[in-house]
Design a protein around this ligand. Structure first.
Ligand code: GLA
Length: 358
């Protein structure tokens, strides 16, 4: 039997660097996706193929034994086996139109497509949340990127025309209406091409700053911190990190309330405030992201912010349909003036999450 699944990348609308603090996040699934076609083969090897590249590894591989893009595939096999599944030899063919390394969760798309296809091929009957958890274990425990739950949950559970309100404390979810075209709006994704990685040290540093702030407050995460607690965080850097997390969770709640009321054009102020907080308090932005956000706002965007882990990757801008060209031109001329490579700019469509396609 051959099983084929498709799983999308994601854009986080708001709720940045709060998932690993048990916070609330509001991502949506993109139309861009990765597909994984799985077939059994004799022997105990997994042969993974992607765009003319082939990588073979043992079904029983352990963390550290497979590198590069194949590690995400090996990580899913490893996580399923760790949960007790008997995984046979496999051929896995991959294809993707999710931009890689842009902070749009190409890795989660890959993991979720493989997890879904394997679950069906092996008749495991795993729920979307269980598949997202397997995919996240591949990322955290096999690849070694200490990320939160957001990306894999968005890829698995997204619904078209909606953003996914995810409570990272218990992985409970609620679909929040996000009808852009009905409101005459476009959500532009601006890929800065600035380098971005979650495996490197800065992401882990931010996590440990938050953990230190929470520990000083006697809490396991900052989810339960209150504004009045802040002065008790003695280290000024840790205090600013906590300030970001607390204010960002509040902004997610505000945006969800506005979207529930069917007023997507009114979330701009929260998006822009999120960027300022990520830039100044959490310090995960960079010149390319700031320039994209500033140019978009100057050209009439209703709100704009960096999205994803930061230090590069993508910004988003909420724009009235009639202002799209002006915003694109302003961003490109800001880049041109600085001698930077032109940004890739495209409209994001809140789309369906991972599903079987064959
Ligand atoms: C990356 C991680 C996510 C999340 C974001 C920041 O995308 O994979 O888990 O922490 O950064 O919000």
């Amino acid at each position: 039997m051959t099983v084929r699944w498709a799983a999308p990348g994601r854009v986080n609308l708001i709720g940045e660097h709060v998932d690993y603090q048990d916070g609330l996040v509001l991502p949506f699934a993109l139309a861009q996706h990765t597909s994984a076609t799985v077939e059994r083969r004799a022997g105990d090897q997994v042969v993974a193929r992607s765009r003319g590249q082939e990588n073979a590894f043992a079904v029983s591989s352990s963390p550290g034994e497979v590198e590069g893009w194949a590690a995400y595939v090996a990580g899913v096999v490893w996580a399923l086996r760790d949960e007790g599944a008997a995984v046979p030899g496999l051929t896995i063919d991959l294809d993707s139109d999710v931009p890689v390394g842009a902070g749009l969760s190409s890795s989660a798309a890959l993991e979720c497509a493989v997890a879904g296809a394997l679950s069906d091929e092996l008749d495991l009957g795993l729920s979307p949340t269980a598949l997202a958890t397997i995919a996240r274990r591949a990322e955290n425990d096999y690849v070694g990127a200490p990320t939160g739950a957001m990306d894999q949950m968005a890829s698995m559970l997204g619904e078209s025309g909606h953003a996914l309100l995810l409570d990272c404390r218990d992985l409970s979810t609620r679909q929040v209406p996000f009808d852009l075209s009905g409101a005459g709006l476009t959500l532009l994704v601006i890929d800065t091409h600035a380098e971005h990685s979650n495996v490197g040290g800065a992401y882990a540093d931010r996590r440990s700053d938050c953990e230190a702030a929470a520990a000083q407050l006697g809490l396991s995460t900052l989810r339960d911190a209150e504004v009045g607690d802040l002065p008790r965080v003695t280290d000024a850097v840790h205090r600013r990190r906590a300030q970001h997390v607390m204010s960002e969770i509040a902004r997610v709640q505000e945006v969800a309330t506005i979207l529930d009321a069917g007023r997507p054009a009114d979330i701009g102020a929260q998006l822009s405030a999120s960027h300022v907080s990520l830039r100044d308090d959490f310090e995960v932005s960079c010149d390319e992201l700031d320039a994209a956000v500033d140019a978009a706002l100057a050209a009439g965007a209703l709100g704009a912010r960096m999205t994803g882990g930061g230090f590069g990757g993508c910004a988003i801008a909420l724009v009235r349909d009639g202002d799209v060209t002006a915003v694109e031109q302003r961003v490109q001329s800001a880049y041109d003036r600085r001698g930077w490579r032109a940004a890739d700019i495209f409209a994001a469509t809140p789309s369906h999450g991972a599903h079987r396609v064959g």
